[in-house]
Design a protein around this ligand. Structure first.
Ligand code: ATP
Length: 756
């Protein structure tokens, strides 16, 4: 037998046959090999049987004693995967293979089911494994066939071929781009736009908004040659994504519209330069690009704008440009400077921006400090939140890493519930802008740990002042690079109660003017104005339907009634009567919610119990309740499951609850501003509302200011109220003094009896 033949036999035959026929020398060598192999396997703990000679399938039957009992084959289909995994006693080899085969089949099926489910959740088409394999196989076969078709290609030839292929692809891409451009031009022409308008307006936008901070990649371009990169370059395929983004933002020279984001506080440009840079030109040429990235024509002509300003009683005061006609209003969502229509998704249910949004957006997007005063329920949240999120989207990626930079936007609100509500709105915007999980909400009354964790991942912090201060103290919150800071309900935030906390928070952010500071409210008393000015740099003042002199203006869509009660003890029965009367007469009674305000926590609890005892489905919110109860009670009220809510002033500001048709003030609040905010829980977003206020002798200090509020909103002033006097004693600030205004028509108050 030739050596070759011997080798073939050894390979092909079962081991025990080959060993029997092998010559002695080979046999001993093989044994030695086997021993070594076994030793090795033993060491590894490997019980692999591959080294054992092949045994027929029923080998077990030969080696194991037959106990006479017939072995039943298990029904594999009935076994679960756990049972399939475990070898039953006395299992035959053939059965084992069948069991393992079934197990593999089940696992495959489970995997497929999971993949199908995953695809469904992710909203994509499910491609089964088999199809994928087939596809891969076909691809491989095609590739092999192609290779076979060009046998013996030299290296150079292959290279040439690959170059040619690349060239073809490049040409195809160019063609596609050309076609895209043509289509865009055709669409623009169809809209009556000239192709050039885009460039003119876009460059105009850059010039007029004078922006400041180039994206990191763009910065390199600017630094290297001392000028911004040629716009034509951006057509090339090698254009960096950041540069593309800047261009799409309507910033052709790679500069953004925002204030500088220097790593350190030192900067080449002087503060005044920066200030100038922040200022938009007021000739309407901030010319934002539209939602689809094309240039918008100048948003609206000056006549349209001035008539809009008159209709909505808009007053814009810019200390830097006192005599200018402010015409850069954004009257339509499509005029907003955003690169992607998707960013506007949260506005899809709205027809147009509200006046406060229309008047403040262009200034905020240009980086200005701003005080926005507009009636309750007029969309102030989106007025400050939209530019905040746009600011984030325009930051270079390296600046969008909260672990390294900390938060970039801080929004502070006076109550926990309001903070949660703002957070929800911000989340809508960040999600739409593709910034997943960019925001966190920090407030008291709940465990700190989850909030602490969230802080390291958040670009936006929405917070109540106390809890944020706690985290600042322990070093868990980093807001040292937060250059967009909002005080919502600003007058409340600057009140004595919050003043110190706010000072600490602002102190932890970059100093003004490196920080853009925004204050929004429906009431802007004189007492906080001076303090506010210390935190801002030449802020724009936007007043919507609110007089400059600090007089209060309540939402005019709220019908206000004041009931002067001679005896406070009848408040409860009056409350019940008013609620019942509303439900009897309101055409929308089924879906209506009623909000009842008390001044004290104990009073709120008492009223809640009283109404419940009278068979009314009622909830309560006040400071004595734990946060969990507060949150669930509010959710129940929002959902309409408890249509009446009794609350203290924790619910007075900002809360936006649909279908609140009636507000009842059982006890007058401590300030007239709180009165305006309380009743502002109704009549929101253009709806009508009603407010009923019980007024007693105890509240007479507020009669003058209440009368003014009623008069300003063209409401009836009851004769009984007039008798308490019309003197307005304005609020006093601890550091900035008192603000009084006396009116002459004060009358002596007389007690009047109220007959039910
Ligand atoms: N452009 C818009 N058109 C119509 N509704 C809008 C628009 N923008 C916001 N809203 C809606 O108006 C309602 C009130 O908005 P928001 O809570 O921001 O008011 P606000 O001015 O902050 O009120 P408050 O002074 O009480 O805090 C919300 O339900 C909001 O979704």
């Amino acid at each position: 037998m030739s050596k070759k033949r011997k080798a073939e036999e050894t390979d092909e035959m079962p081991a025990f046959i080959s060993q029997a026929n092998a010559p002695r020398e080979t046999e001993t060598n093989d044994r030695k090999k086997d021993k070594k192999e076994k030793k090795k396997n033993k060491k590894k703990g490997d019980t692999k049987k591959s080294q054992k000679p092949w045994i027929p399938a029923d080998g077990d039957a030969e080696t194991k004693p037959d106990d006479g009992t017939p072995r039943e084959k298990p029904d594999l289909e009935k076994l679960n995967t756990y049972e399939l995994k475990h070898k039953p006693e006395g299992e035959k080899k053939g059965d084992k293979y069948a069991r393992q085969k079934e197990l593999r089949k089940r696992k495959r099926e489970e995997k497929e089911k999971f993949e199908e489910y995953k695809a469904e959740v992710e909203g994509r088409e499910y491609v089964p494994d088999d199809a994928k394999k087939r596809e891969r196989k076909e691809k491989k076969e095609r590739k092999n066939a192609a290779k076979k078709g060009q046998p013996g290609l030299s290296k150079e030839e292959k290279k040439k071929l690959s170059e040619e292929r690349k060239e073809k692809k490049r040409a195809a891409r160019k063609e596609a781009k050309k076609a895209e451009k043509k289509a865009a031009a055709a669409a623009a022409a169809a809209n009556g736009e000239e192709e050039e308008v885009e460039e003119v307006v876009m460059s105009d936008a850059v010039e007029t908004t004078k922006v400041v901070e180039p994206a990191v990649e763009d910065k390199m371009d600017v630094d290297s040659d001392g000028s911004s990169s040629d716009s034509s370059d951006s057509e090339s395929e090698d254009e960096k994504p950041a540069a593309k983004k800047s261009k799409a933002n309507g910033v052709t020279n790679g500069k953004s519209k925002r204030p500088a984001e220097p790593e350190s506080d030192s900067s080449d440009s002087s503060e005044s330069d920066k200030e100038a840079a922040k200022a938009p030109k007021s000739n309407g040429s901030t010319a934002p690009t539209t939602a689809n990235g094309t240039a918008s024509p100048i948003p609206a002509d000056s006549t349209t704008i001035s008539s809009y300003m008159t209709t909505h009683s808009i007053k814009i005061t810019d200390p830097k440009a006192p005599d200018t006609l402010h015409s850069n209003l954004i009257l339509s969502f499509s005029d907003l400077p955003t690169v992607d229509k998707a960013h506007l998704a949260p506005f899809s249910a709205f027809k147009t921006p509200t006046p406060i949004q229309a008047a403040s957006w262009s200034y905020l997007l240009a980086g200005r400090d701003l005080i926005g005063v507009a009636e309750t329920g007029s969309g102030k949240t989106m007025a400050f939140a939209y530019p905040a999120v746009q600011y984030l989207t325009q930051l270079p990626k390296s600046e969008r890493n909260p672990k390294k930079t900390g938060a970039k936007v801080v929004i502070v609100s006076p109550t926990r519930e309001l903070a949660m509500q703002i957070y929800e709105q911000v989340e809508l915007l960040t999600k739409a802008a593709g910034l997943k999980d960019a925001a966190t909400c920090i407030y008291g009354g709940v465990p700190k740990d989850p909030q602490r964790d969230s802080l390291s991942k958040a670009l936006v912090i929405v917070a109540t002042p106390g809890r944020l201060n706690d985290f600042l103290e322990e070093g868990a919150a980093n807001i040292s690079q937060a250059r967009y800071v909002v005080l919502d309900e600003a007058d409340r935030m600057l009140d004595k109660g919050f003043e110190d906390a706010i000072k600490t928070i602002l102190g932890a952010t970059p100093v003004t003017p490196k920080r853009q500071t925004l204050m929004f409210t429906a009431t802007w008393p004189q007492s906080v104005r001076q303090l506010a000015s210390t935190f801002m740099t030449t802020p724009i003042r936007v007043n919507i339907n609110s007089p400059e002199d600090g007089d209060l203006r309540a939402n005019t869509r709220i019908a206000q009634t004041v009931e002067v009660l001679a005896d406070g003890r009848i408040k409860e029965s009056r409350l019940l009567n008013v609620i019942n009367a509303h439900y009897r007469t309101s055409p929308t009674a089924k879906s209506d919610r009623i909000l009842v305000f008390a001044l004290y926590k104990k009073e709120a609890a008492r009223l809640e119990n009283f109404l419940r005892a009278k068979g009314i489905k009622v909830g309560g919110i006040h400071g004595d309740l734990n946060q969990h109860t507060r949150t669930t009670t509010l959710a129940e009220f929002k959902a309409g499951r408890t249509p009446v809510l009794v609350a203290t002033d924790v619910a007075a500001r900002g809360l936006d609850i649909p279908n609140v048709k009636l507000v009842i003030n059982v006890t007058f609040p401590l300030t007239i501003e709180d009165y305006v905010h309380r009743i502002g829980r109704t009549g929101r977003a253009g709806e009508l509302g009603k407010a009923v206020t019980f007024f007693t002798d105890h509240d007479k200090a507020h009669s003058g200011s209440l009368i003014n509020v009623l008069k300003a909103a063209k409401q009836d002033v009851p004769e009984e109220l007039m008798k308490f006097g019309t003197t307005v004693k304005k609020k006093e600030h601890a550091s900035y003094g008192a603000f009084y205004r006396d009116t002459s028509d004060a009358k002596t108050a007389t007690k009047i009896k109220f007959d039910d």
